[in-house]
Design a protein around this ligand. Structure first.
Ligand code: TMP
Ligand code: ASP
Length: 239
């Protein structure tokens, strides 16, 4: 598989064309941003961890019947994926109050919900990713009603798989963000990444944060948290 020209560079990943028009290569960086891109930094080793964690979790999703863009890991930081057109929605599922949910609604962090919530943001940096509901997404033609229903179903299914997996690793899944894409034939698949950048993960016993909140909130121990969460995943995957 030949890596050709770069088609896109995001905050944490680069995407390259290949000699197959339906396949792209994703290359994970150590760069980290937060606060709408205002805070910038590097988390040493993050690219390799996020790449390998995402791939193992995507493979789990496939086994659970949730289609994904994942094809094959090429190197510690690089993965072959299906070419998709990203649906410009950030799909956020929450099991426990934290982050913007806590600040927006004026509640403390750590309230366990009776059932998970779902919300959408319009993926648009110029507009700062505004929150929108499914009617707005349909009005803006970001997705069709059927696609929105499918995305919701997949997002809750991802939550079930992910929550159970992390629980077995001694980790509580607080919330996470997903992105979906459309393949050439119009199939909706899970895309982007599932990593400590895009999930809140707390140690089940101590509630210690093992995710990017340590970077967002200047808590220190960022690299150690990424290393620890990857170790938990690998220990459990090996069982
Ligand atoms: P929030 O509480 O800031 O809305 O974040 C909810 C979840 O989504 C959290 O696990 C972090 C993740 N997230 C991203 O992956 N990218 C983003 O740009 C934002 C705002 C959140
Ligand atoms: N990466 C996002 C940004 O730079 C936000 C975040 O993950 O907190 O805005």
């Amino acid at each position: 598989m030949q890596k050709l020209d770069q088609v896109y560079e995001g905050k944490a990943k680069k995407v390259f064309r290949t000699d197959d028009p339906e396949l792209f290569i994703v290359d994970y960086k150590d760069d980290a941003t937060a606060l709408d891109g205002l805070k910038k930094g590097t988390i040493a080793g993050k690219g390799a961890i996020n790449n390998q964690m995402t791939n193992r979790l995507m493979a789990r999703m496939e086994r659970a019947g949730i289609p994904t863009h994942f094809v094959r890991e090429l190197s510690p930081r690089e993965t072959l994926v299906k070419r998709v057109e990203i649906v410009p929605l950030e799909v956020i599922v929450r099991n426990i109050s934290a982050g913007h949910f806590a600040s927006r609604y004026g509640v403390e962090e750590g309230i366990v919900f009776d059932q998970p919530t779902i919300e959408f943001s319009y993926k648009n940096d110029d507009l700062h990713d505004p929150l929108l509901n499914s009617y707005h997404a349909i009005a803006l033609k970001l997705a069709t009603p059927a696609e929105i229903e499918l995305i919701k179903r997949y997002a809750f299914a991802v939550n079930d798989v992910l929550k159970a997996f992390w629980a077995a690793c001694g980790v509580t899944l607080v919330d996470f963000k997903l992105e979906f894409g459309k393949t050439a034939d119009g199939t909706i698949v899970l895309a982007d990444e599932i990593s400590p950048d895009t999930c809140r993960l707390w140690d089940s016993e101590t509630h210690e944060k093992l995710d990017k909140d340590r970077f967002r909130r200047d808590m220190g121990g960022v690299e150690d948290a990424y290393t620890e969460i990857m170790k938990r995943l690998l220990d459990h995957d090996a069982e």
